[in-house]
Design a protein around this ligand. Structure first.
Ligand SMILES: Cc1cc2nc3c(=O)[nH]c(=O)nc-3n(C[C@H](O)[C@H](O)[C@H](O)COP(=O)(O)OP(=O)(O)OC[C@H]3O[C@@H](n4cnc5c(N)ncnc54)[C@H](O)[C@@H]3O)c2cc1C
Length: 380
Protein backbone atom coordinates (compact mmCIF):
# COMPACT_ATOMS: atom_id res chain seq x y z
CA UNK A 1 0.00 0.00 0.00
CA UNK A 2 0.98 3.65 -0.42
CA UNK A 3 1.72 5.08 3.03
CA UNK A 4 2.02 8.66 1.82
CA UNK A 5 -0.64 11.28 2.57
CA UNK A 6 -3.25 11.96 -0.09
CA UNK A 7 -3.50 15.69 -1.01
CA UNK A 8 -6.47 16.07 1.40
CA UNK A 9 -4.60 14.33 4.21
CA UNK A 10 -1.48 16.47 3.59
CA UNK A 11 -3.61 19.66 3.70
CA UNK A 12 -5.22 18.50 6.95
CA UNK A 13 -1.82 17.70 8.49
CA UNK A 14 -0.46 21.10 7.48
CA UNK A 15 -3.45 22.99 8.92
CA UNK A 16 -3.31 20.91 12.11
CA UNK A 17 0.41 21.57 12.62
CA UNK A 18 -0.27 25.30 12.38
CA UNK A 19 -3.09 25.08 14.93
CA UNK A 20 -1.01 22.99 17.35
CA UNK A 21 1.90 25.42 17.11
CA UNK A 22 -0.36 28.39 17.94
CA UNK A 23 -2.42 26.74 20.66
CA UNK A 24 -1.00 26.96 24.14
CA UNK A 25 -2.54 24.42 26.49
CA UNK A 26 -1.23 23.57 29.98
CA UNK A 27 0.08 20.00 30.17
CA UNK A 28 -2.17 18.03 32.50
CA UNK A 29 0.73 15.79 33.56
CA UNK A 30 2.41 18.72 35.33
CA UNK A 31 -0.70 19.46 37.40
CA UNK A 32 -0.08 19.25 41.14
CA UNK A 33 -3.48 17.75 42.00
CA UNK A 34 -6.05 15.44 40.44
CA UNK A 35 -8.65 18.22 40.34
CA UNK A 36 -6.23 20.51 38.48
CA UNK A 37 -5.37 17.69 36.05
CA UNK A 38 -9.07 17.16 35.45
CA UNK A 39 -9.65 20.89 34.88
CA UNK A 40 -6.82 21.00 32.32
CA UNK A 41 -8.09 17.86 30.57
CA UNK A 42 -11.49 19.48 30.09
CA UNK A 43 -9.85 22.62 28.66
CA UNK A 44 -7.81 20.58 26.16
CA UNK A 45 -10.83 18.52 25.19
CA UNK A 46 -12.88 21.65 24.57
CA UNK A 47 -10.09 23.37 22.64
CA UNK A 48 -9.86 20.40 20.25
CA UNK A 49 -13.62 20.22 19.90
CA UNK A 50 -14.03 23.97 19.30
CA UNK A 51 -11.35 23.78 16.61
CA UNK A 52 -13.24 20.92 14.92
CA UNK A 53 -10.72 18.18 15.65
CA UNK A 54 -12.83 15.71 17.64
CA UNK A 55 -14.97 12.88 16.27
CA UNK A 56 -13.68 13.67 12.79
CA UNK A 57 -13.74 10.02 11.71
CA UNK A 58 -17.31 9.30 12.84
CA UNK A 59 -20.22 9.30 10.38
CA UNK A 60 -22.04 12.65 10.26
CA UNK A 61 -25.36 11.06 11.33
CA UNK A 62 -23.60 9.94 14.54
CA UNK A 63 -22.28 13.41 15.38
CA UNK A 64 -18.96 13.21 13.52
CA UNK A 65 -17.50 14.82 10.43
CA UNK A 66 -17.62 11.79 8.15
CA UNK A 67 -13.88 11.87 7.32
CA UNK A 68 -11.91 8.65 6.86
CA UNK A 69 -10.52 7.37 10.21
CA UNK A 70 -7.05 7.89 8.69
CA UNK A 71 -7.51 11.59 9.58
CA UNK A 72 -7.87 10.46 13.16
CA UNK A 73 -4.50 8.70 12.99
CA UNK A 74 -2.91 11.87 11.58
CA UNK A 75 -4.43 13.84 14.46
CA UNK A 76 -3.15 11.38 17.07
CA UNK A 77 0.35 11.29 15.54
CA UNK A 78 0.71 15.05 15.08
CA UNK A 79 -0.50 15.78 18.63
CA UNK A 80 2.25 13.45 19.84
CA UNK A 81 4.88 15.39 17.86
CA UNK A 82 3.70 18.75 19.25
CA UNK A 83 4.26 20.14 22.72
CA UNK A 84 0.77 19.58 24.13
CA UNK A 85 -1.20 16.98 26.13
CA UNK A 86 -1.98 13.64 24.46
CA UNK A 87 -4.92 13.06 22.19
CA UNK A 88 -8.06 12.51 24.35
CA UNK A 89 -8.53 8.87 23.38
CA UNK A 90 -11.60 8.30 25.56
CA UNK A 91 -13.55 10.15 22.86
CA UNK A 92 -13.35 7.01 20.74
CA UNK A 93 -14.38 4.78 23.61
CA UNK A 94 -17.35 6.15 25.59
CA UNK A 95 -19.16 8.65 23.34
CA UNK A 96 -18.26 6.48 20.35
CA UNK A 97 -20.04 3.51 21.96
CA UNK A 98 -23.05 5.72 22.67
CA UNK A 99 -23.04 7.08 19.13
CA UNK A 100 -23.03 3.52 17.73
CA UNK A 101 -25.29 1.67 20.17
CA UNK A 102 -27.39 4.46 21.70
CA UNK A 103 -30.82 5.87 20.95
CA UNK A 104 -31.17 9.32 19.36
CA UNK A 105 -32.07 10.71 22.80
CA UNK A 106 -28.91 9.18 24.36
CA UNK A 107 -26.75 10.58 21.56
CA UNK A 108 -28.21 14.05 22.03
CA UNK A 109 -27.86 13.90 25.79
CA UNK A 110 -24.33 12.54 26.07
CA UNK A 111 -22.26 12.94 22.90
CA UNK A 112 -22.02 16.78 22.52
CA UNK A 113 -21.50 17.23 26.29
CA UNK A 114 -18.65 14.69 26.26
CA UNK A 115 -16.98 16.20 23.19
CA UNK A 116 -17.20 19.59 24.90
CA UNK A 117 -15.37 18.31 27.99
CA UNK A 118 -18.44 18.69 30.23
CA UNK A 119 -18.73 14.95 30.93
CA UNK A 120 -15.80 12.76 31.89
CA UNK A 121 -16.49 9.01 31.80
CA UNK A 122 -15.04 6.00 33.52
CA UNK A 123 -15.38 2.36 32.58
CA UNK A 124 -16.88 -0.08 35.10
CA UNK A 125 -16.16 -3.48 33.59
CA UNK A 126 -13.56 -5.18 35.87
CA UNK A 127 -14.41 -6.47 39.33
CA UNK A 128 -12.41 -8.10 42.14
CA UNK A 129 -13.32 -11.55 40.77
CA UNK A 130 -13.62 -10.69 37.08
CA UNK A 131 -10.77 -9.20 35.03
CA UNK A 132 -9.61 -11.24 32.03
CA UNK A 133 -12.87 -13.14 32.26
CA UNK A 134 -15.16 -10.12 32.62
CA UNK A 135 -18.24 -12.15 31.75
CA UNK A 136 -18.01 -13.89 35.11
CA UNK A 137 -18.91 -10.60 36.84
CA UNK A 138 -21.10 -10.54 39.96
CA UNK A 139 -22.58 -7.02 39.75
CA UNK A 140 -26.32 -7.43 39.22
CA UNK A 141 -29.11 -5.28 37.84
CA UNK A 142 -32.62 -6.27 38.89
CA UNK A 143 -35.77 -4.96 37.19
CA UNK A 144 -37.69 -2.31 39.08
CA UNK A 145 -40.48 0.14 38.24
CA UNK A 146 -39.17 2.34 35.36
CA UNK A 147 -35.63 1.03 35.50
CA UNK A 148 -33.08 -1.20 37.23
CA UNK A 149 -31.56 -1.53 40.69
CA UNK A 150 -27.81 -2.21 40.45
CA UNK A 151 -25.64 -3.65 43.23
CA UNK A 152 -22.04 -4.77 43.19
CA UNK A 153 -18.42 -3.62 43.13
CA UNK A 154 -16.15 -2.49 40.30
CA UNK A 155 -12.36 -2.39 40.58
CA UNK A 156 -9.58 -0.66 38.60
CA UNK A 157 -12.08 1.96 37.48
CA UNK A 158 -9.71 4.54 35.99
CA UNK A 159 -10.73 8.20 36.55
CA UNK A 160 -13.57 7.21 38.88
CA UNK A 161 -12.54 9.76 41.50
CA UNK A 162 -13.16 12.69 39.14
CA UNK A 163 -15.42 11.24 36.45
CA UNK A 164 -19.06 12.35 36.12
CA UNK A 165 -20.56 9.19 34.60
CA UNK A 166 -19.71 5.50 34.48
CA UNK A 167 -20.21 3.20 31.52
CA UNK A 168 -20.74 -0.12 33.26
CA UNK A 169 -21.72 -3.72 32.73
CA UNK A 170 -24.07 -5.64 35.02
CA UNK A 171 -25.71 -9.06 34.93
CA UNK A 172 -29.41 -8.81 34.09
CA UNK A 173 -30.18 -12.48 33.46
CA UNK A 174 -28.84 -15.55 35.28
CA UNK A 175 -30.83 -18.04 33.27
CA UNK A 176 -28.74 -17.76 30.06
CA UNK A 177 -25.03 -18.30 29.34
CA UNK A 178 -22.77 -15.83 31.17
CA UNK A 179 -21.95 -13.78 28.05
CA UNK A 180 -25.59 -13.42 27.04
CA UNK A 181 -26.91 -12.32 30.44
CA UNK A 182 -25.02 -9.00 30.59
CA UNK A 183 -26.35 -5.49 29.84
CA UNK A 184 -24.64 -2.09 29.54
CA UNK A 185 -25.69 0.95 31.57
CA UNK A 186 -24.83 4.66 31.70
CA UNK A 187 -24.76 5.60 35.38
CA UNK A 188 -24.36 9.08 36.90
CA UNK A 189 -21.77 8.99 39.67
CA UNK A 190 -24.04 11.38 41.61
CA UNK A 191 -26.68 8.64 41.92
CA UNK A 192 -27.70 7.77 45.50
CA UNK A 193 -26.02 4.50 46.60
CA UNK A 194 -22.69 5.11 44.84
CA UNK A 195 -19.37 5.31 46.69
CA UNK A 196 -16.07 5.72 44.86
CA UNK A 197 -12.50 5.63 46.14
CA UNK A 198 -8.99 5.82 44.74
CA UNK A 199 -6.62 2.86 44.39
CA UNK A 200 -3.04 4.07 44.53
CA UNK A 201 -0.72 2.38 42.05
CA UNK A 202 2.85 1.41 42.93
CA UNK A 203 4.07 4.72 41.42
CA UNK A 204 1.83 6.69 43.83
CA UNK A 205 -0.67 7.63 41.12
CA UNK A 206 -4.27 7.56 42.45
CA UNK A 207 -5.68 7.69 38.90
CA UNK A 208 -7.57 4.42 39.12
CA UNK A 209 -10.08 3.35 41.77
CA UNK A 210 -13.03 1.29 42.87
CA UNK A 211 -16.74 1.81 42.77
CA UNK A 212 -19.36 0.41 45.13
CA UNK A 213 -22.97 0.26 43.97
CA UNK A 214 -25.49 -0.25 46.73
CA UNK A 215 -29.04 -0.52 45.31
CA UNK A 216 -28.44 2.21 42.73
CA UNK A 217 -31.54 3.04 40.68
CA UNK A 218 -30.84 3.49 36.96
CA UNK A 219 -33.77 4.52 34.72
CA UNK A 220 -34.61 2.50 31.60
CA UNK A 221 -33.41 5.26 29.28
CA UNK A 222 -29.87 4.81 30.66
CA UNK A 223 -29.53 1.23 29.45
CA UNK A 224 -27.28 1.25 26.37
CA UNK A 225 -28.51 -1.11 23.63
CA UNK A 226 -31.08 -3.73 24.57
CA UNK A 227 -31.25 -6.13 27.50
CA UNK A 228 -28.53 -8.76 27.05
CA UNK A 229 -26.52 -6.61 24.57
CA UNK A 230 -23.75 -5.88 27.09
CA UNK A 231 -21.18 -8.36 25.83
CA UNK A 232 -21.60 -7.31 22.19
CA UNK A 233 -21.17 -3.66 23.23
CA UNK A 234 -18.16 -4.52 25.42
CA UNK A 235 -16.44 -6.25 22.49
CA UNK A 236 -16.88 -3.22 20.23
CA UNK A 237 -15.57 -0.99 23.05
CA UNK A 238 -12.50 -3.22 23.48
CA UNK A 239 -11.72 -2.97 19.80
CA UNK A 240 -11.43 0.82 20.19
CA UNK A 241 -9.77 0.75 23.59
CA UNK A 242 -7.05 -1.68 22.50
CA UNK A 243 -6.28 0.25 19.37
CA UNK A 244 -3.41 2.75 19.82
CA UNK A 245 -4.59 4.63 16.74
CA UNK A 246 -8.04 5.26 18.21
CA UNK A 247 -6.84 5.99 21.74
CA UNK A 248 -4.14 8.35 22.99
CA UNK A 249 -1.24 5.91 22.86
CA UNK A 250 0.41 6.93 19.61
CA UNK A 251 0.61 10.52 20.85
CA UNK A 252 1.77 9.39 24.28
CA UNK A 253 4.56 7.21 22.82
CA UNK A 254 5.73 10.09 20.61
CA UNK A 255 5.89 12.32 23.69
CA UNK A 256 7.86 9.73 25.66
CA UNK A 257 10.21 9.42 22.70
CA UNK A 258 10.89 13.17 22.69
CA UNK A 259 11.61 13.11 26.43
CA UNK A 260 13.99 10.12 26.05
CA UNK A 261 15.88 11.84 23.20
CA UNK A 262 16.10 15.06 25.21
CA UNK A 263 17.40 13.16 28.23
CA UNK A 264 20.07 11.39 26.13
CA UNK A 265 21.11 14.77 24.77
CA UNK A 266 21.15 16.45 28.22
CA UNK A 267 23.36 13.64 29.54
CA UNK A 268 25.75 14.07 26.59
CA UNK A 269 25.11 10.50 25.42
CA UNK A 270 23.93 11.09 21.88
CA UNK A 271 27.36 10.20 20.50
CA UNK A 272 27.31 6.80 22.16
CA UNK A 273 26.59 4.23 19.42
CA UNK A 274 24.70 1.93 21.82
CA UNK A 275 22.43 4.77 22.92
CA UNK A 276 21.82 5.80 19.31
CA UNK A 277 20.99 2.20 18.35
CA UNK A 278 18.41 1.85 21.11
CA UNK A 279 16.85 5.22 20.31
CA UNK A 280 16.65 4.19 16.65
CA UNK A 281 15.14 0.85 17.64
CA UNK A 282 12.40 2.46 19.75
CA UNK A 283 11.65 5.12 17.15
CA UNK A 284 11.35 2.38 14.51
CA UNK A 285 8.92 0.48 16.74
CA UNK A 286 6.72 3.57 17.06
CA UNK A 287 6.85 4.32 13.34
CA UNK A 288 6.06 0.63 12.72
CA UNK A 289 3.04 0.94 14.99
CA UNK A 290 1.81 3.96 13.00
CA UNK A 291 2.22 2.07 9.71
CA UNK A 292 0.48 -1.05 11.04
CA UNK A 293 -2.34 1.26 12.19
CA UNK A 294 -2.49 2.82 8.73
CA UNK A 295 -2.70 -0.60 7.06
CA UNK A 296 -5.48 -1.74 9.39
CA UNK A 297 -7.39 1.51 8.86
CA UNK A 298 -7.07 1.23 5.08
CA UNK A 299 -8.45 -2.32 5.20
CA UNK A 300 -11.29 -1.16 7.44
CA UNK A 301 -12.20 1.71 5.12
CA UNK A 302 -12.03 -0.59 2.06
CA UNK A 303 -14.31 -3.16 3.75
CA UNK A 304 -16.69 -0.46 5.07
CA UNK A 305 -16.29 -1.73 8.62
CA UNK A 306 -17.34 0.54 11.52
CA UNK A 307 -15.36 -1.16 14.29
CA UNK A 308 -11.59 -1.55 14.36
CA UNK A 309 -12.09 -5.29 15.06
CA UNK A 310 -10.02 -7.88 16.86
CA UNK A 311 -6.86 -6.98 14.95
CA UNK A 312 -6.61 -4.10 17.49
CA UNK A 313 -4.77 -6.62 19.68
CA UNK A 314 -1.75 -6.36 17.32
CA UNK A 315 -1.51 -2.63 18.07
CA UNK A 316 -2.02 -3.19 21.80
CA UNK A 317 0.97 -5.58 21.87
CA UNK A 318 3.20 -3.34 19.73
CA UNK A 319 2.40 -0.30 21.87
CA UNK A 320 3.03 -2.30 25.06
CA UNK A 321 6.43 -3.48 23.84
CA UNK A 322 7.48 -0.03 22.55
CA UNK A 323 6.40 1.72 25.78
CA UNK A 324 8.07 -0.80 28.07
CA UNK A 325 11.29 -0.83 26.05
CA UNK A 326 11.35 2.98 26.12
CA UNK A 327 11.07 3.22 29.91
CA UNK A 328 13.64 0.44 30.35
CA UNK A 329 15.99 2.43 28.13
CA UNK A 330 15.48 5.57 30.28
CA UNK A 331 16.43 3.59 33.41
CA UNK A 332 19.55 2.24 31.68
CA UNK A 333 20.46 5.73 30.49
CA UNK A 334 20.28 7.17 34.00
CA UNK A 335 22.16 4.33 35.67
CA UNK A 336 22.71 5.16 39.36
CA UNK A 337 22.08 8.90 38.82
CA UNK A 338 18.60 8.96 40.48
CA UNK A 339 20.20 7.75 43.73
CA UNK A 340 22.43 10.82 43.88
CA UNK A 341 20.20 13.43 42.23
CA UNK A 342 16.46 13.57 43.05
CA UNK A 343 15.91 15.66 39.92
CA UNK A 344 15.98 12.35 38.02
CA UNK A 345 13.11 10.16 39.11
CA UNK A 346 12.18 7.84 36.27
CA UNK A 347 10.61 5.16 38.46
CA UNK A 348 7.07 6.57 38.19
CA UNK A 349 7.02 6.31 34.39
CA UNK A 350 8.85 2.97 34.48
CA UNK A 351 6.27 1.46 36.85
CA UNK A 352 3.47 2.94 34.77
CA UNK A 353 4.90 1.27 31.66
CA UNK A 354 4.51 -2.15 33.36
CA UNK A 355 0.76 -1.47 33.50
CA UNK A 356 0.60 -1.35 29.69
CA UNK A 357 0.59 -5.14 29.57
CA UNK A 358 -2.36 -5.33 32.00
CA UNK A 359 -5.06 -2.71 31.41
CA UNK A 360 -7.40 -3.04 28.45
CA UNK A 361 -6.77 -6.81 28.56
CA UNK A 362 -3.44 -8.41 29.47
CA UNK A 363 -0.66 -9.35 27.06
CA UNK A 364 -1.69 -13.02 27.33
CA UNK A 365 -5.31 -12.21 26.53
CA UNK A 366 -4.26 -10.19 23.43
CA UNK A 367 -2.25 -13.20 22.26
CA UNK A 368 -5.24 -15.48 22.84
CA UNK A 369 -7.47 -13.14 20.80
CA UNK A 370 -4.96 -13.09 17.94
CA UNK A 371 -4.37 -16.85 18.03
CA UNK A 372 -8.00 -17.92 18.23
CA UNK A 373 -10.07 -15.20 16.64
CA UNK A 374 -7.71 -13.62 14.09
CA UNK A 375 -5.46 -16.53 13.05
CA UNK A 376 -8.03 -19.27 13.74
CA UNK A 377 -5.53 -21.50 15.57
CA UNK A 378 -6.98 -24.44 17.52
CA UNK A 379 -7.51 -24.17 21.29
CA UNK A 380 -5.31 -26.76 22.98
C1 LIG B 1 -3.84 0.79 35.90
C2 LIG B 1 -5.03 -0.03 35.51
C3 LIG B 1 -6.13 0.60 34.99
C4 LIG B 1 -7.28 -0.14 34.68
N1 LIG B 1 -8.40 0.54 34.23
C5 LIG B 1 -9.56 -0.15 34.10
C6 LIG B 1 -10.78 0.56 33.84
O1 LIG B 1 -10.82 1.80 33.72
N2 LIG B 1 -11.92 -0.15 33.77
C7 LIG B 1 -11.95 -1.51 33.90
O2 LIG B 1 -13.03 -2.09 33.78
N3 LIG B 1 -10.81 -2.21 34.14
C8 LIG B 1 -9.62 -1.56 34.25
N4 LIG B 1 -8.46 -2.25 34.54
C9 LIG B 1 -8.53 -3.69 34.78
C10 LIG B 1 -7.80 -4.53 33.74
O3 LIG B 1 -8.54 -4.58 32.54
C11 LIG B 1 -7.59 -5.91 34.37
O4 LIG B 1 -6.66 -5.74 35.43
C12 LIG B 1 -7.07 -6.92 33.38
O5 LIG B 1 -8.04 -7.22 32.42
C13 LIG B 1 -6.59 -8.21 34.09
O6 LIG B 1 -7.55 -8.67 34.97
P1 LIG B 1 -7.14 -9.11 36.46
O7 LIG B 1 -6.35 -7.98 37.04
O8 LIG B 1 -8.35 -9.57 37.17
O9 LIG B 1 -6.12 -10.31 36.27
P2 LIG B 1 -6.50 -11.83 35.98
O10 LIG B 1 -7.57 -11.88 34.95
O11 LIG B 1 -6.74 -12.51 37.28
O12 LIG B 1 -5.17 -12.36 35.32
C14 LIG B 1 -4.02 -12.74 36.11
C15 LIG B 1 -2.99 -13.31 35.16
O13 LIG B 1 -3.51 -14.51 34.52
C16 LIG B 1 -3.42 -14.38 33.12
N5 LIG B 1 -4.60 -14.99 32.46
C17 LIG B 1 -5.90 -14.87 32.86
N6 LIG B 1 -6.69 -15.56 32.02
C18 LIG B 1 -5.89 -16.10 31.07
C19 LIG B 1 -6.12 -16.90 29.91
N7 LIG B 1 -7.36 -17.28 29.56
N8 LIG B 1 -5.05 -17.27 29.16
C20 LIG B 1 -3.78 -16.89 29.50
N9 LIG B 1 -3.50 -16.13 30.59
C21 LIG B 1 -4.54 -15.74 31.35
C22 LIG B 1 -3.41 -12.87 32.84
O14 LIG B 1 -2.77 -12.59 31.61
C23 LIG B 1 -2.60 -12.35 34.04
O15 LIG B 1 -1.23 -12.47 33.78
C24 LIG B 1 -7.28 -1.55 34.84
C25 LIG B 1 -6.15 -2.19 35.34
C26 LIG B 1 -5.04 -1.47 35.69
C27 LIG B 1 -3.86 -2.19 36.26
Amino acid sequence: MDYRDTPDEAAFRHQLRGWLAETKVPNWKDADSISEAQRRMRIWNKALHDAGYLAIGWPTEEGGQGLSPIFNLILNDEIGKADCPPYPGWINIFPRAISIHGTDAQRERFVPATLDGEIIWCQGFSEPGAGSDIASMSTRAVRSEGGWIISGQKLWTTSVIYADWCFLLARTDDSVSKHRGISAFLVSLDSPGITAGAVELANGNPETGQLFLDDVFVPDDQMLGGEGDGWRIALSTFSYERNPVETEYISELRQWMRSAEQLASDLGKLDDIHVRRRLADIRTRIDGLVYVGLEQLSARVAEGRVYPGEESSVGKLLWTYAGQEMQHFVLDLLGSRPLADPQYNPMGDYIWSRVLSVFGGTEQIQKNVLAWRVLGLPRV
